[in-house]
Design a protein around this ligand. Structure first.
Ligand code: NAP
Length: 306
């Protein structure tokens, strides 16, 4: 009977009844615990960055570490972690991200702010362009970027996808060249993982490739953007607005310039949450696969860092 160590104490109430029920449904007799009396007995670890667990060395027989988060930058470089690491890809995360991205894209595309905050009661009948006239760049064409790109494409936005490796996605042109993705993009959405290669990908040089007045949405990770370069581009109006969900330091410090900048919207890392109802099914499926000797889902490539 596998011993499963659920290492994220604050999240445990959401999974306490659900996980054992789904494991039983899958025909897996397992013991799920939040304290491992003997780490050497643990078969699987369910992990979130909020967990105090940092040293994986004692878990000598652990078959896999299953992350509740999609982004694994806080654990992927942990030298004590030698077991296979799986990240979270589930429908709740994807749906949440699609809704956040579509909502904030439409806000900027339609110029909603002009009408929502209009204290002088200005009657400006200028119509926004159609979505088909608003080029979008999606930086990152993984699970979340692809879903968001498809949703925006369904609304007629011409989306160009950018990723590390070439893709063939019907209806969505893609590139591995950042400059060609950004050139002409009026709305840029960053859904890249944080790795040494992606850090500061949006910097003074790459921001200068955008047309004047472009808008940036960052639900990926804070370090993807050079903060100082972004603030400089916002001050000159080269970037018209940045809607940021993630930051180098979270919570965003009270004295950070993003809070008070008139061209920045801060959302508090709420773009997409892992929901227990979907995530527990993914965890159980991976445990089933590991027990059956089948390949694991959403395995992290340590070399790439995501
Ligand atoms: P994913 O499936 O691993 O996709 C990552 C994408 O980034 C892939 O298309 C990958 O290219 C591309 N990429 C990685 N390194 C690159 C590089 N150096 N240059 C160009 N492209 C690169 O990840 P995901 O599930 O879509 O999630 C993306 C990120 O969203 C997560 O890592 C996390 O940071 C963030 N996130 C945020 C929230 C929130 O609430 N704000 C919630 C969940 C996730 P290839 O396809 O060629 O490998």
């Amino acid at each position: 009977m596998p011993l499963i160590f659920f290492a994220a104490p604050t999240l445990w109430p959401e999974y306490r009844d659900l996980l054992p029920a789904l494991l039983a449904e899958a025909g897996i007799a397992a013991n799920v615990v939040t304290e491992a009396p003997d780490p050497a007995m643990v078969d699987y670890i369910i992990y979130a960055p909020s967990a105090p667990l940092q040293d994986f060395t004692p878990f000598t027989n652990c078959k896999a570490v299953l992350s509740l988060w999609a982004g694994v930058e806080r654990i992927v470089g942990n030298a004590t972690l030698t077991q296979p690491l799986c990240r979270m890809v589930d429908t709740g995360l994807t749906e949440g991200m699609v809704e956040w991205v579509v909502g904030h894209t439409l806000r900027h595309h339609l110029g909603m702010d002009r009408h929502i905050v209009n204290p002088a009661h200005v009657w400006d009948p200028t119509c926004p362009p159609l979505a088909r006239e608003r080029p979008v760049a999606m930086l990152g064409m993984g699970a979340l970027g692809t879903a968001c790109a498809c949703a925006l494409t369904a609304l007629n936005f011409p989306v160009t996808g950018y990723s590390r490796t070439a893709k063939d996605i019907p209806g969505i042109p893609t590139t591995t060249d950042l400059r060609s993705a950004l050139s002409g993009a009026e709305i840029v959405i960053t859904l890249l993982p944080k790795t040494p290669e992606t850090e500061n990908m949006l910097n003074a040089e790459s921001l200068s490739w955008l047309p004047r007045g472009a808008v940036i949405l960052n639900p990926g990770r804070g370090p993807l953007i050079d903060d100082a370069a972004l603030l400089a581009a916002l001050d000159t109006g080269h970037v018209a607005h940045a809607t940021l969900d993630v930051f180098r330091a979270e919570p965003l410090p009270q004295d950070h310039a993003f809070w008070s900048h008139p061209r920045v919207t801060v959302t508090p890392h709420i773009a997409a949450d892992t929901r227990a109802s979907g995530a527990a099914k993914v965890l159980v499926e991976n445990i089933r696969r590991a027990q059956a000797g089948e390949p694991l889902l959403h395995l992290v490539d340590r070399g790439r860092g995501y």
